[in-house]
Design a protein around this ligand. Sequence first.
Ligand code: GTP
Ligand code: MG
Length: 179
Amino acid sequence: PLRSVEYKIVLLGESSVGKSSILERLQNNTFNEDKSSTIGAAFISKKIPINENKDLINLQIWDTAGQERFHNLTPLYYRNANCAIIVFDLINLDSFKKAEYWIDQLNNYIEEQLIGIEIILVGNKCDLINEGEECSYINIINEFISNHKEIKRYLQTSAKENINISKLFQDIIDNIDDE
Ligand code: GTP
Ligand code: MG
């Protein structure tokens, strides 16, 4: 390759919303009903060709632990990030409150440091919403998004049914290409 660009992504969100499952889908195209909760944090890297010159993007993805007892570690992982994917569970309103919390934390950090971190909001487990219905708290989500212009994109995904997982990462990659 002529050049290799590093791009750091961090996944944030309450425990059990499906952060690790999203990455398992991205990496192995598999899904595990009994996935164990992440301890500390996990890391994957993925090299992706971006053009006919075989230039590569080296995605470095940090999967944080959502459990409360690991929260004091989490800033270590978003500190150097280019992009933060904030995940919540579409059938768990509490998990959306946690997403709001992480977005506030990120905004404070971004303002203090005068840096840019791309913020993407993901509502996972869309397979659990009945066909033809909406998330029960869709109004809360929409209002939050319209009040937070720093949220670059919002996507509904399912790691289980493989919905919008590759789109989530492809959109990020396409955006790097633009810069
Ligand atoms: P922590 O590591 O504790 O922060 O949790 P996590 O956000 O990494 O969640 P994890 O990926 O471990 O998934 C939690 C549970 O939700 C597991 O039982 C998964 O099988 C399930 N799960 C994950 N994604 C989906 C999804 O899209 N749909 C459904 N129905 N279940 C999912
Ligand atoms: Mg996990």
